[in-house]
Design a protein around this ligand. Structure first.
Ligand code: HEM
Length: 211
């Protein structure tokens, strides 16, 4: 069974809609924070929510190719928007950490990055995300050629780092962290099995039907 595909004339609009919808959780988090509805430790909860959405968007970005390989759903046109949404959520999560959590105390931040492993890993993932966000445009794709594909393979260590960072940031790994980490493992693992699967699918398609 194939999902009905969206007419071409709606493609651009659907991408803009994805950006708009993608920022709704951030707006909602800001609203809850600004109206005092984040009960307990509002800064931590705010930081946590933005981090979670960052990881969710990274997972969705990774899911696009397997969806096409396995189910024939071609949503490649949404991959860039999902990746950029992940980047903006990581940036907001980082800004919340710097400004609200650490109140721009740079000595504490540097110490954190050096001494707390989960922060070191999160920081590395953020740094690696920057060249991907900067080159996520047609001009860079044309300019970099095959190097663009190689560069964008950084998404795998970034997602793995993000999931590991999230697990290490909590005292007890809960269901949510497990699901996120599990999805990242499966989606990265899929890349290892992908070639074989596609070859098998091609062979099955080309096999002559017995008379
Ligand atoms: C790809 C990059 C990143 C991703 C995907 C990410 C994601 C997350 C997630 C999902 C959590 C919540 C874990 C949980 O409670 O289940 C979290 C927590 C946290 N992250 Fe990140 N993060 C990233 C980068 C960073 C960076 C660059 C920093 C700061 C330098 C940072 C600082 C923190 C802190 C301090 C917490 C703990 C908040 C708390 O105490 O509840 N993260 N992150």
């Amino acid at each position: 069974m194939r999902l009905p595909s969206l007419p071409r004339r709606y493609h651009a609009a659907s991408i803009w809609l994805l950006y708009a919808v993608g920022f709704v959780p951030a707006i909602w988090c800001f609203y809850l924070g600004a109206t005092g509805q984040l009960v307990g430790n509002p800064v931590k909860i705010f930081e946590h929510l933005l981090g979670e959405w960052a990881l969710r968007f990274l997972i969705l970005t990774l899911a696009i190719s397997p969806l096409r390989d396995l189910f024939g759903v071609n949503w490649i046109r949404y991959r860039r928007a999902l990746g950029l949404l992940a980047f903006w959520y990581v940036a907001m999560h980082f800004a919340a950490y710097m400004v609200l959590d650490k109140r721009l105390a740079f000595d504490v931040i540097v110490e954190d990055v050096i001494k707390r492993w989960f922060i070191t890993i999160g920081m590395a993932a953020l740094v690696l995300l920057i060249p991907l966000a900067l080159t996520s445009n047609q001009w860079s794709i044309r300019r970099l050629g095959p190097r663009w594909t190689k560069l964008h393979r950084l998404i795998y260590p970034i997602a793995a780092g993000g999931a590991l960072h999230s697990c290490l940031s909590v005292k007890v790994i809960g269901l949510e962290e497990m699901i996120h980490a599990g999805l990242v493992v499966v989606l990265i693992g899929w890349r290892l099995a992908r070639k074989r699967f596609l070859a098998w699918k091609r062979a099955a398609r080309d096999r002559p039907i017995p008379a």
